[in-house]
Design a protein around this ligand. Structure first.
Ligand SMILES: [Zn+2]
Length: 213
């Protein structure tokens, strides 16, 4: 079923989640900012799942590329796209997921992830940034430049905000950018490939490999 979802055809496509790794010198930040086109035909029927890693480039799904500690992500937020954050949280904690709890920060816990906005013509709908040192707070930045109401389309819509938020939260859960030829994924690097605002079967499988069942 998932394999037959028709991908949306849109015009110019910003990328998703330009991963910036700060304070971890040994990790190279993938540079997808220049990806404005993607594979030739976005309207392909995605082929049956291949085996092996579907990660693009040298990145791999990893629990160490994640702010999860003690089995949870504690978050704070100052973003105007809180609806998208809520949907993203729900997407990654339902339908069999939820091994990692995603909960609001409190005085007794350390903040793992902060949601905020930016306004930059940087080619990314949203960005997850991992700060490598222990106890640091990672960020997800939603980009007004593309997502804010009234911006030239098509990304100034709830559909894309939610998809971008879910994609970035997937990064925070340790997931890398995925090659869509291995099965449709919300972790594709381009906004063009947002299949839905929810993790696909492939994404759920990848999640369970990292965080159990
Ligand atoms: Zn990304």
């Amino acid at each position: 079923m998932i394999n037959n979802i028709r991908l949306r055809r849109t015009g110019w496509i910003p990328t998703l989640g330009v991963l910036t790794v700060v304070a971890v010198a040994s990790v190279t930040a993938p540079a997808y900012a220049a990806d404005s086109d993607g594979p030739a035909d976005p309207d392909i029927t995605v082929a049956p799942m291949r085996t092996g890693s579907a990660c693009i480039g040298s990145a791999r799904d990893s629990t160490s590329r994640s702010p999860v500690d003690g089995g949870e992500i504690r978050w704070t937020q100052s973003s105007k796209y809180d609806d998208a954050r809520k949907k993203a949280n729900k997407a990654w904690t339902s339908n069999g997921l939820g091994q990692v709890e995603i909960k609001g920060d409190s005085w007794a816990t350390s903040n793992d992830l902060h949601w905020k906005d930016k306004n930059k013509k940087d080619g990314a709908l949203a960005t997850w940034t991992m700060y490598g040192s222990f106890g640091a707070t990672d960020t997800i930045e939603m980009n007004d430049y593309y997502l804010k109401s009234g911006r030239p389309g098509p990304f100034d819509k709830p559909y894309y905000r939610r998809g971008a938020a879910a994609h970035e939260l997937g990064h925070a859960l340790g997931l890398c950018h995925k090659d869509q030829n291995y099965g449709l994924s919300i972790m594709g690097p381009s906004g063009r490939y947002l299949p839905d605002t929810k993790p696909t079967r492939r994404d759920r499988n990848d999640y369970h490999k990292l965080w159990g069942n």
